[in-house]
Write a protein that binds this ligand. Structure first.
Ligand code: ZN
Length: 169
């Protein structure tokens, strides 16, 4: 495994619509492992392939329980993800992005989602995501379409050091 370099705005790959993944070979598995390692090292709770300069529809997410800090973290790998259903209810929350350093923004997201896609080996998966999980998914999934949180944010600002610690990317 190896750390990949996280690309920053205004790198054009962050604005491109990423390509569907069609091969699940050894080098793809390497990419998945590298992205997990890069996300953990950042540290971040999600990472999309365009953020490491690869224009493919792949995202990884990992985080613990919102209420229980002791709970084990849950890792998700989504390939060619799609939103199947979204709740009418939306929630506003603060987001940041490893590719947009030093910025935070308030973004409205769906509270609940049903998503489908493939796992890292090409097998179909379907998940119901809620709250923080659903928010991270929407943020990372946007990266696959070249959309950044700052495009959707109603308010964008430069957070203080202290504030940064409280924002989970
Ligand atoms: Zn991001």
């Amino acid at each position: 495994m190896a750390l990949r370099e996280i690309v920053l705005v205004p790198e054009p790959v962050l604005r491109r619509k990423a390509n569907k993944v069609t091969t699940f070979d050894k080098s793809f598995q390497q990419l998945v492992d590298d992205m997990i390692e890069t996300m953990r090292a950042a540290p971040g709770v999600g990472l999309a392939a365009p953020q490491v300069g690869i224009s493919q529809r792949l995202l990884v997410m990992e985080f613990g329980d919102e209420e229980d800090e002791e709970a084990p973290k849950k890792l998700y790998v989504f390939v060619n993800p799609e939103i199947v259903k979204s709740s009418e209810e939306k929630v506003t929350g603060v987001e940041a992005c490893l590719s947009v350093p030093g910025m935070a923004g308030e973004v409205e997201r769906y509270q609940t989602l049903v998503v489908k896609g493939l796992n890292r080996f090409g097998k179909p998966v379907r998940h119901k995501l809620e709250g923080w999980t659903a928010r991270i998914f929407q943020h990372e999934n946007d990266h696959l379409d070249g959309v950044l949180f700052t495009d959707r944010a109603t308010k964008v600002w430069q957070p203080s050091e202290e504030e940064i610690e409280n924002i989970r990317d």
